[in-house]
Design a binder for this molecule. Structure first.
Ligand SMILES: Cc1cc2nc3c(=O)[nH]c(=O)nc-3n(C[C@H](O)[C@H](O)[C@H](O)COP(=O)(O)OP(=O)(O)OC[C@H]3O[C@@H](n4cnc5c(N)ncnc54)[C@H](O)[C@@H]3O)c2cc1C
Length: 385
């Protein structure tokens, strides 16, 4: 007889794991089916800045601020080290001729103030003391948001897998979901996992950039409600033995690509730049990576003169992550209308949002409620007519 679960979660990224943990600790039998290994998807190749600072649309800001608040609550419970969390704030700055001007920065500061999100203005005399190794322009002024953090997300993902097991749930690796079965009324009745048929009345698709293929298994009408693009990004790690940790905070520079850099849990540095991402195409051609890595290090050295490109190149490790970006750029989360038992979560900023989305989706799966925080983020907004 087919094994049966209350719910099957497709994907062991941070969102699927948080949802499964919430389901398991509330007494549901749950299986997380992962085709690769825990955190092998975008969760394992993310800049993972936990932030609401860069989001000033009130509803999306609130979602992200609540996501960050959940991370901070968990850090009090489990400890930052267990979660792979660190940092104390993000520093962004503006300069008169830069892509982020001082006016832009002032608008951002005002918007964050209206949203009651803590931030602090730093004038040109205060900036160097704050980050002594950054070459700020003479006219630069800064905005510091102390609440933001970073997360080495695979550390938290592995911790969550242990918590799920302790709560009676199961996380299976090398377990691709290849079919989703529906009954005569269209409701979910099971899945095929690694060739084995399992009965379940609920499925949560938390498949990251694999969402379009995953949702197609449930039918065309579902796929139309969840448009998700793949947007690759290059991340470079400078290991602790190749680069000293020379930044104190998460830094977000005012140039065209919004160069960003942060320390990691083991003392390494993690770097990215949206303009350099344009050099890696669809992210599948390794031959494009060396030039992009060099370009990224050159941007880095422009801001941090202590980073010497020639010395660092042999130590630089490149990784390509693929952002799952919904059609309108905003989170998609909730039940799929018309398919009883099918739920989805697909979003950029998923590291920040994971604990909140996992909690809200599990709640909706358990009692059929609809969380007000998700009102503007439901898949039905893509329904035509
Ligand atoms: C370069 C870069 C920088 C980023 N920076 C940030 C940031 O600063 N802050 C932030 O909050 N977010 C950031 N993001 C986005 C964030 O990383 C993602 O939103 C988040 O990781 C998505 O998590 P997920 O659990 O939805 O997906 P994933 O981590 O991709 O997990 C989905 C899992 O589903 C599995 N899967 C797919 N199909 C199947 C199937 N049929 N059967 C079984 N398993 C399947 C995959 O193998 C994968 O492990 C960044 C992303 C990138 C690429």
């Amino acid at each position: 007889m087919a094994r049966s679960f209350d719910a099957v979660v497709v994907g062991a990224g941070l969102i699927g794991l948080f949802a499964a943990w919430n389901l398991a600790r509330r007494g549901k039998t749950v299986l997380v089916a992962e085709r690769g290994t825990i955190a092998c998807g975008t969760t394992g190749a993310s800049f993972a800045w936990l932030n609401a600072t860069s989001k000033t649309e009130p509803d999306y800001h609130r979602l992200n601020a609540e996501g960050l608040a959940r991370h901070l609550e968990l850090a009090r419970l489990w400890g930052e080290r267990t979660m792979g969390m660190g940092g104390a704030g993000v520093l962004t700055w503006g300069e008169p001729e830069a892509t982020i001007t001082l006016d832009d920065l002032a608008h951002q500061a005002l918007a964050l103030k209206d949203l009651h999100y803590p931030c602090l203005w730093l004038d040109r005399d205060e900036l160097p003391a704050f980050e002594p190794r950054v070459a700020f322009g003479g006219m630069a002024e800064g905005l510091f948001a102390p609440r933001d953090r970073w997360l080495d997300a695979p550390i938290l993902a592995r911790h969550l897998a242990r918590e799920i097991a302790a709560a009676g749930g199961e996380v299976r690796e090398d377990a691709p979901v290849t079919a989703i079965a529906r009954n005569a009324s269209g409701a979910i009745e099971g899945v095929t996992v690694a060739g084995q048929t399992l009965a379940c009345s609920q499925v949560l698709l938390a498949a990251g950039p694999g969402t379009p293929e995953a949702i197609a298994m449930a039918g065309e009408e579902a796929a139309a409600l969840v448009p998700v693009r793949r947007v690759p990004g290059l991340l470079v790690t400078l290991p602790a033995d190749g680069a000293r940790t020379i930044v104190n905070h998460i830094l977000y520079a005012p140039d065209r690509g919004n160069f960003h850099i942060r320390p990691m849990a083991d003392g390494s540095l993690l770097l990215g730049d949206d303009a350099v991402d344009a050099m890696i195409g669809d992210g599948n051609d390794p031959a494009l990576l060396p030039a992009a890595v060099r370009a990224l290090l050159e941007v880095a050295a422009g801001h941090l003169p202590d980073l010497l490109v020639a010395d660092l190149l042999p130590h630089a490790r490149a990784a390509v992550g693929v952002r799952p970006v919904p059609g309108d750029g905003r989170t998609i989360a909730g039940a799929l209308p018309g398919i009883d038992g099918l739920f989805v979560a697909a979003t950029h900023s998923g590291i920040t949002l994971a604990p909140l989305l996992g909690e809200l989706l599990a709640g909706e799966m358990i009692d059929g409620s609809r969380a007000p925080l998700l009102a503007n983020f439901r898949p039905e907004r893509f329904a035509s007519g």
